[in-house]
Design a protein around this ligand. Structure first.
Ligand SMILES: NC(=O)c1ccc[n+]([C@@H]2O[C@H](COP(=O)([O-])OP(=O)(O)OC[C@H]3O[C@@H](n4cnc5c(N)ncnc54)[C@H](O)[C@@H]3O)[C@@H](O)[C@H]2O)c1
Length: 254
């Protein structure tokens, strides 16, 4: 059966866990070959194993997206391993510490920006260079957040970084539309991953609050984001570019 991403060469950052891992598995199920990129090596290799156990093809690349040399090497690894790059999911991100605007630290602010915003830009820079060079277009999806569309109490830098991801996405989408490179963002609501578990363990009362903001009355599953991203990267979404698509259980509709 033809998959949505049949024959495509893709990469996923932050693929050792949560949404990125679910995306790597979904892309491979739909016929893509996947570069699994993350800072965390053991869990990244575990994602590769999960893909291979399900009959797919994947390779691990160790990568800190906040470092330009790593982002460049990641794209080079896609070309070296599989010959080209057709689709990229720039998903690596950190929540940082929870602190209101007046209490946040420069260290927390700078790290969140370096990974969530600068990292997405750096990855796009080298991905787009490669796609332009190939001359056959491509597709990129960046992970923003519902916090990229509305404010988020106690997460000033995170919300700013995710609003920034949407700005980067729209700008690059306009710049490369004529080159047939489609660039979109996905805006997850509250998703049941290690990131949210970490926030809840630091602030136990947060759990009810997080579920409470979801009209659907539960957290989302990583696979529910992965399905949307698979579609955005596929040719089925051929007229979609510059979009910031909420996949959020209705969170920002209220
Ligand atoms: N979970 C949610 O509720 C939620 C909601 C909206 C947006 N998001 C976003 O989704 C993305 C994935 O988050 P998740 O919930 O799956 O979290 P997660 O913590 O389960 O996974 C994040 C992964 O990113 C990796 N990573 C972190 N910094 C990195 C770096 N500098 N370079 C490479 N890899 C790095 C981590 O090692 C980890 O494997 C993030 O961008 C996050 O901001 C999550």
């Amino acid at each position: 059966m033809a998959g949505l991403l049949n024959g495509k060469i893709t990469l996923v950052t932050g693929a050792a866990s949560g949404i990125g891992r679910a995306a790597a598995i979904a892309f491979a199920r739909e016929g893509a070959k996947v570069l699994v990129a993350d800072m965390t090596e053991d869990a990244g290799r575990e994602t590769v194993k999960l893909v291979k156990d399900a009959g797919g093809e994947a390779t691990f690349v160790k990568c800190d997206v906040a470092r330009a040399a790593d982002a460049e090497a990641l794209v080079a690894a896609a070309v070296k391993t599989y010959g080209r790059l057709d689709g990229a999911f720039n998903n690596a991100g950190v929540a940082g510490k929870i602190a209101r605007t007046a209490d946040d630290t420069e260290e927390n602010f700078d790290r969140i920006m370096a990974v969530n915003l600068r990292g997405v830009w750096l990855c796009m820079k080298y991905e787009i260079q490669q796609m332009v060079k190939q001359g056959q277009g491509g597709a990129i999806v960046n992970t923003a957040s519902a916090a990229g569309l509305v404010g988020s109490h106690g997460m000033p830098a995170y919300a700013a970084s995710k609003h920034g991801v949407i700005g980067l996405t729209k700008t690059a989408a306009l710049e490369y539309a004529r080159a047939a490179i489609r660039i979109n963002a996905v805006c997850p609501g509250v998703i049941d991953t290690a990131m949210v578990a970490g926030m809840v363990s630091a602030h136990p009362r947060l759990k009810d609050k997080l579920v409470g903001v979801e009209p659907i009355a539960r957290m989302g599953r990583p696979s529910e984001i992965a399905e949307a991203v698979t579609w955005l990267l596929s040719d089925a979404a051929s007229f979609v570019t510059g979009a910031a698509m909420p996949v959020d259980g209705g969170m920002i509709a209220q």
